[in-house]
Design a protein around this ligand. Sequence first.
Ligand SMILES: Cc1cc2nc3c(=O)[nH]c(=O)nc-3n(C[C@H](O)[C@H](O)[C@H](O)COP(=O)(O)OP(=O)(O)OC[C@H]3O[C@@H](n4cnc5c(N)ncnc54)[C@H](O)[C@@H]3O)c2cc1C
Length: 415
Amino acid sequence: MANDLTEEQRALVELARELAQKKIKPAARHYDETEEFPWPVVDDIRKADIFACYLPEEFGGLGGGVTELCLAAEEMYKACPAIPMAFGTTTLAAVSILLFGSPAQRQRWLPDLASGKRLGAFNITEPGAGSDATATKTTARLDGDHYVLDGNKNFCSTGEAAEVYILFASTNPSRGARGISAFVVEKGTPGFSFGKKERKMGMRASPTYDVVLQGCRIPKDNLLYAEGYGLFVAQAVFDVSRPGVAVQGLGLAEGALDATTDYIRQRKQFGQSVSSFQAIGHMLADCWTAVECGRALLYRTTRAIDRAMKPAIEKGLRDAVPVFDAMKALDTPRFTKEAGMCKVFCTDAAMKITTDCIQMCGGIGYMRDFPVEKYFRDAKVLQIYEGTNQIQRNEIAMMLIKEAASRSRRTIIPA
Ligand SMILES: Cc1cc2nc3c(=O)[nH]c(=O)nc-3n(C[C@H](O)[C@H](O)[C@H](O)COP(=O)(O)OP(=O)(O)OC[C@H]3O[C@@H](n4cnc5c(N)ncnc54)[C@H](O)[C@@H]3O)c2cc1C
């Protein structure tokens, strides 16, 4: 993999690795225990300019794509999967605005998200609308030059630490799924507040909050793209962002394996290193094989996404139209199936690998003073958020059957 990288990508990986090892890793245990928001470390990520790595230069970005996003994230997630979640949720907000925002909206919000000056969040989930986003009950009513939002969202990652939120609400409940729209809501808007902060099993450095909308008036201009396009926004963003969850799984699996390998090499039982027992060696071999399979699938997919998206992004910026319009004009392929496959494979692997890491370490692996149990706790949610792995499999199967039905088994990604 290292040989496939450009000079710039190699430099980015080096930068992210140094930041991860010097700043993120030493802080991981503290923020897991205290559940405080890791502001000083987020500030370090900001100073290293990593928030900018996947955004166009026009907005202060470094001109990379999903590949650069994943390369930087993999290094950070190796050190701790939870602290860099603020980076992850900011990418969700920024990608929503990049793909669906008007030129004015891009100029208004992307520079601050690219610099990390303001953090972003993305909240579609509601108490009654989890896997089924079409059940969204939050409403947005047009009132003159404003929309008025009312309802309750939940499970908002980065919570009150963010400042720019992508929120989903129905502008026309009678139209069901086609009545849902996406909005940008800024922190501090009257009627926008936070409810309870969740107490979680893992990812404890990443706060998860209820969001309360009570007569929340936002300018009409904060509507993303057009009324009724909310679920298009969510799906198109997930097509690009799910590799980001996949890499969270790979990064944390690599972190857990590094700690495990160090331990089993020095741990002696029956007069020999436990790593010399074939049963342990085979587990280690299977774990790393899964990581390398995941990395191959992931980076093959991110490169295909970047190849397809780059012309659309350039056209959207050049013609001063939403990138989504440019995607339609260029017939840009979508990567719902491939992004889902990356998410399913890498996050299921992360859960199995962290379970096996505890097993390889024995009792110490279960203890909170040893790093592996934290990776295990952090891994679980990856199979749940951004669409559970059951929902991913539904989507993958649906796409496969559709492709077969239309006899268009075209390979989007050339071998
Ligand atoms: C720590 C954490 C952070 C999160 N952060 C965010 C965030 O920032 N923004 C946001 O919007 N959301 C966020 N979420 C919410 C997350 O995306 C949802 O939890 C997830 O989509 C599942 O919804 P649910 O919890 O309501 O489960 P449910 O939809 O109630 O599902 C329950 C079970 O039924 C299964 N199931 C449901 N429907 C089907 C089906 N059709 N076929 C097969 N199986 C099915 C599910 O796979 C699951 O196993 C977060 C969640 C957690 C735990």
